[in-house]
Design a protein around this ligand. Sequence first.
Ligand code: CTP
Length: 404
Amino acid sequence: MGKPKVVLGVSGGIAAYKACELLRLLTESGHEVRVVPTAASLNFVGEATWAALSGNPASTEVWETVHEVPHVRIGQSADLVVVAPATADMLAKAAHGLADDLLTNTLLTARCPVVFAPAMHTEMWEHPATQENVATLRRRGALVIEPAVGRLTGKDTGKGRLPDPAEIYEVCRRVLARGVGEPDLAGRHVVISAGGTREPLDPVRFLGNRSSGKQGYALARTAVARGARVTLVAANTALADPAGADVVRVGTAVQLREAVLEAAADADVVVMAAAVADFRPAEYAGGKIKKKDGQDPAPVALVRNPDVLAEISADRARPGQVVVGFAAETDDVLPNGRAKLLRKGCDLLVVNEVGEARTFGSEENEAIILVSEGAEIQVPYGPKEALAEAIWDQVAVRLQPRRA
Ligand code: CTP
């Protein structure tokens, strides 16, 4: 088997320079990349850069090497087309089927998965014309990843930034692995909590846990690649924002509950992967707690935190909403898991056995997915991404068909 063939379309926005990094990640991981820039994008990054980095010619027009019929051949032979950055103009052209240069011709002839990574000013992104074009492209099966929020050209900040190239690369890798076919979570809103809550004792101390957030982030990345709109409620994580996910940062269990409930109001799926503290200090000391000579420390009184998973399961914001919980167990993993599934009232419970050296912070995981009707799916030890895919497979079969 030859190398997977990727077309990297680059349209005319300042973020074009970030596509150099995406190109490098793709070529270094064994992909054959053909860069197809628009004429406007050459104002930002020149043809020589694309040719040198990809090892292939980078033409913008259909009138070069006409005998090779590039306007048809490049699209037909691609395994993936990714347009990064995709400007408002490019999205409009693609949505309306215009074909006035090599990239737009390629988009019409491609039968492989197509990923658009838009980047533009917030006003342009939010304009109804752009939003309708995005909806059209998504309806036709393209994966249009939500822009990131942050610094834009000039002094502005807002939604419209091109996500981190490494994260766009992650989306490409996963879409390539899944191959052709409509993304099965397209049109779905999924809410994922990740990380571990911290319950402050005083301004410098907290009660926390060892959750890294990696499993929740793997769930977010895989859901984006399967077409979902993703809200990631992240508690105290130090990981790069997944491309395409709306990230809401929280600290405590109470804040996490608020953010999850708000996002869950129109969600098709809620996955509680966060390690939520069951208890918080009853009192918060406004100043740092000092030790006192010759005195034992005062005991720390704790109070219960709300159980977000149980609350969401009992009071579903929408009919048919699928709720997934996690359980970390050290002993009697299966019986404890079954009892917890019943107690929490969720549809699926992902149970993993934890210990000092297992699971926390690692790239790998092993779990059993317990289904409320009684089935158990054993997911062997492997990347957290593989467990995430197995969870989405189970979620996807439970989702009710969308009304047309
Ligand atoms: N969870 C939650 N709110 C809490 C505590 C936990 O939503 N206050 C969720 C977690 O996100 C996870 C699941 O509940 O999806 C399991 O959490 P776990 O701490 O293992 O369960 P507990 O009910 O605390 O059971 P136990 O302490 O007996 O293990």
